[in-house]
Design a protein around this ligand. Structure first.
Ligand code: FE2
Length: 400
C-alpha cells in the first residue's frame, strides 16, 4: 500500500485488531485453568470456548474467503468452535461446550496466535474493502464475546459453592469497583411529544439488525432520567411483588413460581440481602442500579410501580438526553426486523436475522460492555426469562 493515508489505515486496523484480541485474553487472566472449562447452564459458555470461537470466526468468515494461503490451525476446530452457523456444517451442540476438556488452554492460546498472525498478514497485503469490512465485523463480534466472557465468568464463579471472587479490586482490564457503583434514583422524567421520529443506524459500523434507518410513529411519552435502583426493587420485594399474580405476565408468573423471589445472585443471609459480585459476596448496594433481572421481573416491577417498560423507538429517540451504558435496559419491544431489513450476505447472513423470534430487545450497554462498543442504535436481545447479563430497567409512562 503506497497510497497516501493507506499506511495509516493499515496501522490503525492492525492496532485495533490486536488490542481487541489481547483484551479477551486479559479478561481471562484472573482465572485458574479449571475456571476455563465449566458450562453450568447452556446459556453460559466456558471461557475457553469463547477464546476459541472468536478465533474460529476470523478463520471461517475472513481467512477462508480472503487469504487463500491460510491453513486452518486444526482440522476439527471448526466442529468445536462453530456456534450456530448452519452453512459451516456440523458442530458441538451448544449445551455440550463444557465437555471440551481438550484442547487445553495453552493450545487455545496458540490457536489465537495463529489466527492473529494470519489476520495481521492479510491486513498488510492490501485487502479488499469486503475483507476489511469482515475484519471489522470480526472485531465487533469479539467485543460482543468479551461482554459474554465477563458475564459467563461471573456465573461460573457464582455457582461454585466457594463463590470465589473474580478480582479483589479493579485493574487495567476491568473496573470491578464500578460494577455496583452508586447511582441514586432521581425523580426527573424526560418527556416527548412523540410524532414521527427516525430510528436506526446510518453510521460507519453497525450490525445489520440496526438497519435501515426508518420512520416510526410515537405517541406522547416520558422516560425517567435514572435507572431503577436496587433500593426501589427491594421495596417491590418487600411489598410482596413476587407473590402477587396480578403484577405478572402469565409466562412470568409461571417463572416466578419456579424460581427464587429475588434477582439472580441475591441471597438473604444473616438478616440482610447479599449479592454475589465480581469481588465476591457483598451486602446489596441499595443505591446502585438494579441488575440481573429478567424481562418478566422488569415488567412486574413496572406494573407494581404504575409505570411501563419503554418501547425501543422511545428509548432511541431520547437517548441523547439521559445517561446510559451501565445496564442493558429491557424494553417492551419484541425483537423483529426493521422495515426493509436485509441480512448481511455470505456466512454472516446467519448473524442476527434468524434470531428474530421470541426475544425482547434491550437498549443501551452495560458495565461489561467493552469501551467503544456501544451506540444509541444498538439492539441487544434475549429471551424473556434470562438474567445473567447486566440487565436493568428505565421506567416509561404515557403522557397526555
Ligand atoms: Fe459468536
Amino acid at each position: 500500500m503506497t497510497e497516501a493515508g493507506s499506511d495509516d489505515r493499515v496501522a490503525k486496523l492492525t492496532q485495533r485488531f490486536l488490542a481487541t484480541r489481547l483484551h479477551s485474553v486479559e479478561l481471562c487472566r484472573p482465572l485458574a485453568n479449571e475456571d476455563y472449562v465449566p458450562q453450568p447452564i447452556a446459556d453460559v459458555s466456558p471461557p475457553k470456548w469463547h477464546l476459541g470461537h472468536t478465533s474460529w470466526f476470523f478463520e471461517a468468515v475472513v481467512l477462508s474467503a480472503h487469504a487463500s494461503s491460510h491453513r486452518p490451525f486444526h482440522p476439527q476446530f471448526g466442529f468445536l468452535f462453530n456456534s450456530y452457523y448452519e452453512s459451516q456444517g456440523e458442530r458441538v451442540m451448544r449445551h455440550k461446550r463444557g465437555d471440551l476438556s481438550r484442547p487445553t488452554v495453552a493450545e487455545i492460546l496458540s490457536y489465537r496466535e495463529h489466527v492473529n498472525r494470519a489476520i495481521v498478514e492479510l491486513i498488510s497485503n492490501a485487502p479488499s474493502s469486503e475483507a476489511v469490512a469482515l475484519i471489522e465485523l470480526g472485531i465487533e463480534h469479539e467485543q460482543q464475546h468479551q461482554e459474554l466472557l465477563l458475564t459467563d465468568i461471573k456465573y461460573i464463579l457464582a455457582v461454585n459453592p466457594l463463590q470465589p471472587a473474580y478480582l479483589a479490586s479493579s485493574n487495567a482490564t476491568v473496573d470491578v469497583d464500578s460494577e455496583f457503583a452508586h447511582q441514586a434514583a432521581t425523580g426527573q422524567w424526560l418527556s416527548s411529544d412523540g410524532g414521527l421520529v427516525q430510528i436506526g443506524a446510518e453510521i460507519d459500523f453497525s450490525f445489520d439488525n440496526e438497519r435501515p434507518r426508518h420512520r416510526t410513529w410515537l405517541e406522547p411519552f416520558a422516560l425517567r432520567a435514572s435507572l431503577v435502583t436496587q433500593r426501589e426493587y427491594l421495596e417491590f420485594i418487600d411489598d410482596g411483588g413476587y407473590k402477587n399474580a396480578n403484577l405478572w405476565l402469565s409466562e412470568g408468573w409461571d417463572w416466578a413460581n419456579q424460581n427464587n423471589h429475588a434477582p439472580l445472585y441475591w441471597l438473604y443471609s444473616d438478616g440482610q440481602w447479599q449479592q454475589y459480585t465480581l469481588q465476591g459476596v457483598k451486602p446489596v448496594a441499595v443505591d446502585a442500579p438494579i441488575t440481573h433481572i429478567n424481562f418478566f421481573e422488569a415488567a412486574a416491577f413496572c406494573q407494581w410501580a404504575g409505570w411501563r417498560l419503554p418501547r425501543e423507538a422511545e428509548w432511541e429517540s431520547l437517548a441523547s438526553r439521559f445517561t446510559w451504558g451501565r445496564r442493558w435496559e429491557w424494553t417492551q419491544s419484541a425483537y423483529a426486523p426493521y422495515p426493509g431489513f436485509v441480512p448481511s450476505g455470505g456466512v454472516v447472513a446467519e448473524y442476527n436475522g434468524k434470531f428474530m423470534v421470541n426475544q425482547m430487545v434491550l437498549r443501551g450497554a452495560s458495565f461489561a460492555t467493552p469501551a467503544g462498543h456501544s451506540r444509541a442504535t444498538y439492539r441487544n436481545f434475549f429471551h424473556p426469562q434470562l438474567r445473567w447479563q447486566y440487565t436493568g430497567l428505565r421506567p416509561a409512562k404515557d403522557i397526555a
